[in-house]
Design a protein. Structure first.
Length: 236
């Protein structure tokens, strides 16, 4: 598939799995309000196709999104007219302003090292007001990851029919995932694409240390709807 189609397939896969974007956004908002009751603006970092941002827009007076993928942002723009969407890298972005809250869900596992985690948290902290909240969804840790994970899924709710298979292998603290997709359309026939990505298994201590180093007081939240919990940091 072409890159734009890959971005569209992302929505089909995660929405088809029943990922609870509304519930996750609502829970993140609940924790933000607990620590910053008057929060009126939010930046969603690594916003992807905007599935959390759609619900954030109902809870805050002002929202914005940022992502590294122009194709993901193009999909987000279709459902978020009027919402500022910025192209940027989580490790070095600078939007020239601050927000009452900064959110980063389902993304930090893609960072390649503790140094990159530090850089990303520092940029998030720089974009939140004093007393504001940074919310981060961590990924699996070295102790909780299911090694050699395999998945196979079929999404046939509409055309094209999409089949997706993935295989993950862990080497030390790194996890490589190979993904193969096949899209079948009555006129266009069957097309195949594959891509790979690597993620990092950070420890809870590494997350909390990164928060502390950039001036955020870390709070760890356990429980639904988060498989790996949620980390919050209030900027002093």
């Amino acid at each position: 598939m072409y890159p734009a189609e890959l971005a569209e397939s992302y929505n089909r896969v995660y929405l088809g799995r029943g990922k609870d974007y509304a519930g996750e956004a609502a829970d993140a908002v609940r924790w933000i309000r607990r620590h910053a009751p008057g929060a009126a603006s939010l930046l969603d970092v690594a916003c992807g196709t905007g599935n959390h941002l759609r619900f954030y827009a109902e809870a805050f007076d002002e929202v914005a999104g940022m992502d590294l993928s122009q194709d993901m942002l193009a999909v987000a723009k279709e459902s978020l007219p009027g919402v500022p969407l910025h192209l940027g890298d989580i490790r070095d972005f600078d939007l020239g302003r601050t927000y009452d809250a900064v959110s980063c869900l389902f993304a930090v596992g893609h960072l390649q090292s503790a140094e990159e985690l530090d850089a990303a948290l520092a940029r998030m902290a720089a974009h939140v007001v004093r007393g504001g909240v940074v919310v981060v969804e961590p990924w699996w840790s070295p102790d909780t990851f299911d090694a050699r994970h395999v998945s196979a899924e079929l999404f046939d709710d509409r055309q094209p029919v999409l089949a997706r298979m993935s295989h993950s292998v862990r080497t030390g603290r790194r996890v490589r995932t190979d993904v193969h997709c096949m899209a079948a359309h009555p006129e266009a026939g069957v097309r195949h694409s594959s891509h790979s990505f690597e993620l990092t298994l950070f420890t809870r201590e590494e997350y909390e240390a990164a928060f502390t180093r950039c001036g955020l007081s870390p709070v760890h939240v356990e429980g639904s709807p988060w498989d790996c919990g949620l980390l919050l940091g209030v900027r002093a």
